[in-house]
Design a protein around this ligand. Structure first.
Ligand code: SF4
Ligand code: SF4
Length: 388
């Protein structure tokens, strides 16, 4: 198996070219790690809160009521994608998982502005993948890389998964089918079902997760690079971002350090501008470049250089601004009474989702025959919820 190191030429030192000015700008990786840890801590906090909420449900409402943390909806990307389509069709935020929609808006906006920065600055799975990759590099003393043909083949898997979800939602579903799914008890309690998926994890799921952990030690970012459909979506959005890593070929001393440092195995030293769906704007390449103003994040519009700190500030600010807007407008919390969740608790295991494109298409059929909903009907409204 070839190593990352075999792909780049022998590194030169800056003294090889006396006209160059050393890069003395402070690296941003410690800041990035701090942001990643803070966001992971927030996710853990949400997980703990949700655990107590489920305990409350299991007690059938006997213990003191615990508020359900809306942030848990960030872990329901498929439901959020459906809510996005529902929003596009109706102009309304569906009532069950509104926070999930705002989180999806925030993440897409970050990708459109700063590229796939969510993956390397905020995503807790991204942080875990990096840690596993670091362990692998310490163990093997080098970064292992798959042959190019296999790397490309595996990278297409995440796009196939994304294509399946996009086709199933945006092509097979209409507004009626969307309502049928989004208003269903399954969608309402999908966060609770996700909790039990991990709390009562099956042996098979545990083996799969264990294998993914192992593979992430051997191949950096295995899950993110090859399998994550969320990352695939953000990678496509990132291509529209005007902010790109740009290399100045005149001052570049051809040392290859940028390519060596890139966790996405992008040959930064061979291009003037990084146009890649795999670039996560982690800025590792910019940090290691030994020559001042040679490798930078620049706006394609203004040609302006973007200070590395502004990526940190921008990513966090955009996330807080969009989710804060959801809170400000009162659309963040789903307002489903806790008693409704308690009522669904016993039947939880009987709720399921469509498992084939045929079943997804079938969502349209029975509902299409129904009469139009009465004036003023709001999908997922409390009346709907309590009627079940
Ligand atoms: S090109 Fe630079 S910013 Fe993009 S992933 Fe590679 S190291 Fe990170
Ligand atoms: S752009 Fe890459 S190859 Fe050129 S000097 Fe910087 S690190 Fe070295």
């Amino acid at each position: 198996m070839p190593t990352e190191g075999t792909a780049v030429r022998k590194p030169q030192t800056i003294s090889a070219n006396r006209r160059t000015v050393p890069n003395t700008e402070k690296p941003v990786q410690k800041t990035r790690l701090a942001v990643q840890i803070a966001f992971a801590a927030l996710c853990i906090w949400i997980g703990v809160e949700f655990h107590f909420f489920v305990q409350y449900l299991e007690s059938a409402g006997q213990v003191a009521a615990v508020t359900r943390p809306p942030g848990v909806e960030g872990f329901l990307p498929i439901s959020s994608l459906m809510s996005l389509y529902y929003f596009i069709l109706t102009g309304s935020v569906h009532a069950y998982h509104p926070a999930g929609l705002f989180i999806l808006f925030a993440v897409i906006l970050i990708s459109l502005v700063f590229g796939k920065a969510f993956c390397s600055w905020l995503c807790p799975v991204g942080l875990l993948s990096e840690m596993l990759g670091d362990i692998g590099e310490k163990l093997f003393g080098r970064r292992l890389r798959l042959p190019r043909w296999l790397d490309y083949t595996l990278r297409s898997l995440k796009y196939l998964l994304l294509a399946f979800f996009v086709y199933s939602i945006f092509f097979l579903m209409n507004e009626v089918a969307l309502r049928a799914f989004l208003d269903s008890p399954y969608n309402l309690v999908s966060d609770v079902k996700m909790y039990y998926f991990f709390a009562d994890i099956s042996r098979l799921a545990l083996i799969i997760i264990g294998v993914l952990f192992l593979l992430s030690i051997f191949i950096r970012n295995f899950w993110c690079r090859f399998l994550c459909p969320y990352g695939a979506l953000l990678g496509l959005c990132s291509l529209l971002s005007p902010q790109k890593i740009k290399r100045n070929p005149i001052s570049c001393i051809d040392c290859g350090k940028c390519a060596l440092a890139c966790p996405s195995s992008i040959k930064v030293d061979k291009v003037r501008t990084v146009y890649s769906d795999e670039c996560t704007t982690c800025l590792n390449c910019v940090d290691v470049c030994p020559v001042a103003t040679t490798l930078e994040l620049r706006s394609s519009f203004s040609k302006q250089r973007i200070n590395k700190r502004w990526v940190a500030i921008g990513v966090v600010s955009l996330f807080l601004a969009v989710t804060g807007f959801g809170m400000f407008t009162g659309d963040w919390q789903n307002n489903v009474p806790a008693e409704v969740y308690v009522r669904h608790q016993d039947a939880l295991h009987t709720y399921g989702h469509p498992t084939s494109t045929k079943e997804i298409s079938a969502l349209k059929a029975p509902a299409e025959k129904q009469e139009a909903p009465p004036e003023g009907h709001k999908s997922g409204s409390p009346e709907n919820r309590t009627a079940r």
